[in-house]
Design a protein around this ligand. Structure first.
Ligand SMILES: NC(=O)c1ccc[n+]([C@@H]2O[C@H](COP(=O)([O-])OP(=O)(O)OC[C@H]3O[C@@H](n4cnc5c(N)ncnc54)[C@H](OP(=O)(O)O)[C@@H]3O)[C@@H](O)[C@H]2O)c1
Length: 261
């Protein structure tokens, strides 16, 4: 029997580690990617003991060319059935105060790595007429706020990029799902520089709740999954308004309010 293989970036903690546990339980062989080798190795040992699956770890910094190129190569040459683009970071600082290094790393990880890994895996999936790409975005994709300007903008990229690719591959047997978490209890906030305790705890769900909901969405073929949104009419109204706004831009002439009198 052939087994499916999933590659998960950012599998050493939080949401990525839960994806690894859940996909191992579903029988996927795994390739786990992150920088912390000790975390990846411990997870790989746990999962190969608990489930009859093969787990490979790849230590790579996705903000560095060598690390990213290694994962791209594997996606191009191996048979990966599911790519979970989960690795991401979001330093919380005002735009002027964010360090150049943190700004560059955020763009490289949240945008460049996600884009390049998606492009690397797609040709093989198209040739096999089969595959799934899960892009972990954020509800910040549609919410610009002070202190998260770059993070919000990178997650807007994830949403828009995913939605366009969905239209390209819809008839090719490939699922592309954008998962937009709201607050989720992980180490994300330690890395971001503000403790999770500084936020209203009532808006947080666990990483297990988030991933379990996202996988239900994936199984149902959802293209955009908002695990914390109870009223689906909210997303529909937002998306309808977006389409109407776009249609309203297709006029070829300036609106009368901009005409000099
Ligand atoms: N937690 C939330 O409230 C929340 C809300 C919305 C969206 N999200 C999104 O969820 C995703 C997962 O985050 P999380 O909440 O699970 O946080 P997390 O526990 O901090 O996990 C981030 C993962 O990304 C990996 N990573 C970070 N920098 C990397 C790099 N340069 N190269 C390779 N891997 C790197 C980390 O591993 P190493 O440090 O070992 O490399 C870790 O496995 C992110 O895309 C985040 O934007 C989170």
């Amino acid at each position: 029997m052939s087994t499916s293989t999933a590659l998960i970036t950012g599998a050493s903690s939080g949401i990525g580690a839960v994806y690894a546990r859940r996909l191992a339980a579903r029988g996927y062989d795994l390739v786990l990617v992150a920088r912390r080798a000790d975390r990846l190795d411990a997870l790989a040992t746990e999962l190969s003991q608990d489930h009859a699956v093969t787990v490979r770890t790849l230590v790579a910094d996705l903000t560095e060319e060598a690390g990213l190129a290694r994962i791209e190569d594997l996606l191009r040459t191996g048979t990966i059935d599911m790519l979970v683009n989960n690795a991401g970071s979001g330093p919380i600082a005002s735009t002027a105060d964010l360090s150049d290094a943190d700004a560059a790393a955020t763009l490289k990880l949240n945008v460049t790595a996600l884009m390049r890994l998606t492009r690397a895996v797609l040709p093989g999936m198209r040739a096999r007429s089969h595959g799934a790409i899960v892009n972990v975005g954020s509800v910040m994709a549609f919410h610009a706020m002070p202190m998260t300007s770059l993070y919000s903008a990178t997650k807007a990229f994830v949403l828009t990029y995913s939605r366009a690719i969905q239209q390209e591959v819809r008839d090719a047997g490939i699922k592309v799902q954008a998962v937009l978490p709201a607050g989720t209890v992980t180490e994300f906030y330690d890395t971001a520089g503000v403790p999770i305790t500084a936020f209203d705890q009532s808006v947080f769900m666990t990483a297990e709740q988030l991933v379990d909901a996202a996988l239900v969405g994936l199984d149902r073929g959802e293209e955009v999954t908002l695990p914390s949104v109870h009223d689906t009419a909210l997303w529909q109204a937002y998306d309808d308004a977006r389409a109407q706004l776009f249609a309203g831009t297709q006029n070829g002439s300036p609106a009368s309010r901009y005409l000099q009198t």
